[in-house]
Ligand binder design. Structure first.
Ligand code: F6P
Length: 361
């Protein structure tokens, strides 16, 4: 049966979203001869009935399809809609667009909103996990994570040389909210000496000990400290601020850690801070993210064809699968397991990853 499906991108953007859109449009139109509607600015587009008809090759530049490798999202994204207060308007937006199903890319927050609205409004949703934080439950990978890890690794590579030239400690603050996947993966891959995560409290004294040991025992005069924006000390200290809109944002832990290292060493260690910020959300999607986005987009369309709604596509043990949205929402965000193989591996090769024995998830 011919269908008309909607696609939207919700929450923070990340590299690979356009590749999901491309896969959905191509598979739905070329294989199934369905219509695909791109809803602008996520749920806000349903509220305001803002959409565009999407066709394969619709954005070709002399035959080159930019969707595969362009960062961001051509549909725009927003996560500020008051969906509780305006639920009825959003729900009728879905009906007015004449949709048979809605494919939505989102992180844990957006997927929870989508699930709630779908239940209230009798929609047919399919979720596609995307977030550089990689904290959506039941999927080993979300779209955008791999590219962000590569961006951080590239920054660590650059910082290593300037750190070594000046005998400095470089503290690098990375995103991830309350999850440390980004910091852990990029820290190991990028050669960090200390990796500070939200899930495993750290002590500044141990960070200093590590840096001094590198210097005095191994004659290594510089060090790289990767700190996740949500990291906490064993005393529970973290850093956040409230912006003029009243939203709490994690920011400032890098400077805090740098100041503490300086204090703890009696100002004998010279420290610099780099906050990578939204650079981590930009850039050309990695090959791995493009592949994941393409498999996810194709599988989302297959789920619609099978009328197997209320599911999120997922990547588990090297294969694509699907998981009920309800389960995902109940178990997200997914934290770093302090007993994870990567944590053990990092410690085994001499990286300080918070305090063993004082685990807090
Ligand atoms: O969830 C993705 C993320 O990039 C987090 O890592 C970060 O804390 C947050 O979004 C930043 O949000 P915003 O784009 O609203 O500043």
């Amino acid at each position: 049966m011919k269908k008309r499906i909607g696609i939207l991108t919700s929450g923070g953007d990340c590299p690979g979203l356009n590749a999901v859109i491309r896969a959905v449009v191509n598979h739905a139109t070329l294989t199934r001869d369905w219509e695909v509607v791109g809803i602008l600015y996520g749920i806000q587009g349903l509220l305001e009935r803002k959409f565009i008809e999407l066709k394969p090759h619709g954005l070709d530049l002399r035959g080159i399809d930019p969707l595969l490798n362009a960062g961001g999202t051509i549909l725009g994204s927003l996560n500020k809609v008051d969906t509780d207060a305006r639920a009825e308007e959003v729900i009728s937006g879905y009906r007015d667009l004449g949709l048979d199903a809605l494919i939505a890319t989102g992180g844990d927050g957006s997927l929870a909103i989508l699930h709630k609205l779908a239940q209230k409004g009798g929609w047919n949703p399919i979720g596609v996990p995307k977030t550089i934080d990689n904290d959506v439950a039941f999927t080993d990978r979300a779209v955008g994570f791999d590219t962000a890890v590569n961006t951080i690794v590239d920054a660590l590579y650059r910082l290593t040389f300037t750190a070594a030239s000046h005998d400095r400690v470089m503290v690098v603050e990375v995103m991830g909210r309350q999850a440390g996947h980004l910091a852990l993966h990029a820290g190991i891959a990028g050669g960090a000496d200390c990796i500070l995560l939200p899930e495993i409290p750290y002590s500044i004294e141990k960070v200093c000990q590590k840096i001094v040991e590198l210097r005095d025992r191994w004659n290594r005069q510089f060090a790289i400290v990767v700190v996740a924006e949500g990291a906490k000390t064993t005393r529970g200290e973290s850093r956040a601020y409230t912006n003029p809109l009243g939203e709490v944002r994690l920011r400032g832990i890098g400077q805090y850690v740098a100041d503490e290292i300086s204090r703890c060493s009696g100002k004998t260690i010279e420290v610099r801070v780099t906050v990578l910020g939204h650079v981590q959300r930009g850039g050309i999607p990695s090959a791995s993210d493009r592949l994941l986005a393409t498999v996810f987009g194709k599988t989302a369309v297959d789920l619609v064809a099978a009328e197997n709604y209320g599911q999120m596509v997922a990547w588990q043990n090297g294969r694509v699968t699907s998981v009920p949205l309800q389960e995902v929402v109940m178990n997200s965000p997914r934290s770093v397991n302090p007993q994870d193989d990567l944590v053990e591996t990092a410690r085994a090769i001499g990286i300080y990853v918070g305090d063993v024995g004082e685990v807090k998830v």
